[in-house]
Design a protein around this ligand. Sequence first.
Ligand code: ADP
Ligand code: ZN
Ligand code: ZN
Length: 656
Amino acid sequence: MYCEVIIEYATAKEIDRLFTYSIPPELLDRVSIGDRVKVSFGQSKKIYIAYVINITNQKPSFKLKPILEIIDETPILDNKQIDLANFLVNHYGASYAASLNAILPPSLKAKAINQSKIEKIVVFDEINHEKFKVLNKEQEHVYNQIKQKEYKSYLIDGITGSGKTEIFLHVMRDVINRGETVIILVPEIALTSQTLSRFKERFGNRVALTHSRIGIAERQRLYIKAKQGKIQIIIGPRSAVFTPLENLGLIIVDEEHDASYKSFEAMPKYNAKEVALYRMKNNGLVILASATPSFEVYYQAKTNQIGYLQLTKRTGDAKPPTIDLVDMRKELEEGNTQVISRKLHDNIKQVLSQGQQVMLLINRRGYSTFISCRKCGFVIKCKNCDVSMTYHLIKKTLECHHCLAVESIPKVCPSCGSSYIKFFGNGTQKVEEYLNSHFMEYGIGRMDLDTTSGKEGHSKILQSFRQRETNILVGTQMISKGHDFENVTLVGIISADTSLFLQDFRANERTFQLLTQTLGRAGRGKLNGNVIIQTYNPEHEVLQLVKNYQQQDFYKNELTLRQIMGYPPFGNIFGVLITGEIEDEVIKSAHLLKEYYIHYNKNSQFRIIGPVSAIISKISNRYRWKITIIGTERNKLLTYGKYCIDKCSENKEVIG
Ligand code: ADP
Ligand code: ZN
Ligand code: ZN
């Protein structure tokens, strides 16, 4: 017998494939698929860890090395996980080693995982049936549809506060009662302590939590516990989709539109929603839910690939908030140069005096986001990146939000020497300063990357808001996500324009989602809510559709546009980023690569765009150019996209 293995940390392409080893007699009846083993590899004496992917009796013609040792008592991977790794390799073009790494717990050492350390837990907590709410008519309908299982997966398109979470809880109870297990994906665990407590309240210690801030040892323990069938419900961010639960019956993806479900940075670059659907392809159920579904999922639902379920009303008496647009051009004309319009100011004042609370969204942190010379127009940019520096009030420094460089504020213009340096562009600190000078006595909380760095960062700020020590909460998009404060009756959006003019085909979608999610924070309780959106473009179509709650029209218009352009969900995009320290070389490489794309573009089935300078053309001293390729068939596009890069880099090394 022989076994085929994948070597761990096989970063180079040449060794990211199956290698055959012989099985020495003493290990013959112990080795099985999914085992971790030790092997020697190549000429060096170094010992590597490898994973047994296959066992075969076909002897290759060349001489084989034996496997040296089996590491764990039981296989660390099962067949389903190996199949999942194959999916990651084929679907995302990831390496085998990276795919297995995503599935396995982090930082496994070359010694056996100590399984005896895992305390024997038994479920002693009963399901707390009393806490379950009686579903209203709309909820009941959705719940029944899901139960009938006409589809394998469903989109619940339900406005904020319509009771989606309550439906999850009911479906979960059924799944648990059948002896099956559940994975719940949430966008940002730090922001969802509230959701978590609702799950704990119903299911007690059957619920486990995983996130990036818990330690490595704990994550390894969770992995083993899951495999041993000792976890019934796990809640976590996108990586939790790999949790090897036994008898998995349901995966819920809450706020499915959230960008965090796609991993862009590290390999494998995967989409947790697709992984969820793949894991449940044979049996089991996937529920995707959002008040602002992503276009991909919405389109799947509308074309009957998955079930479409809608919730149109808020629970109880809560009504959707009224929405006003404030034209900031007029505001300026009439002499108000402040960051807050008069209308928003008056509303804040009134709401606070009635003992209610306010949330304000400004999607930029810092104080001023743009510093330039009045005399010559020179803009102070980062030395390493092609972005303007942001002024931070408290530290009195200029910071780059891309490479995190810090500089002091120049006294005179570095270009012309004039002392007329002016600060433009508003960030969270500017708004906070305004609020402090007008509403200090009510207590003001600020939530952005600068205030939430510590472990307890988020929860402290949210806690004081909940306990009404603070009554205004200003923050970046962090405040738009999922919070349920019933005393918030006013939501202000300081600038709706920030994301509207991004050079990205998703700019409209992002703006629509951010605004709709944020305004969903107002009036969730018994009190009616009001939303004020400040903008320099009140006539913009997206803002008008948000204002009039024409969600279906927005999706229809946007889908038509995407179809014309061949953008997702109608086509697929393959992006190549070419980076390097010497701009000329980057540009040359980009053009060279394009020639390969043109050459191999048979029947012109792919649309090649670029090369163009990326939106941020330099980060950390590396210039950035990009080529975008659009094609209908995903697999063909992936193969073509990668093939040309390989061909090109065989001749030239510069491509990064
Ligand atoms: P969503 O997840 O759609 O934002 P939630 O499930 O959080 O909505 O529900 C919003 C609020 O309404 C919550 O406070 C929840 O406890 C309450 N709620 C949900 N369903 C019901 C129901 N059937 N009866 C009474 N209250 C409900
Ligand atoms: Zn100047
Ligand atoms: Zn920088």
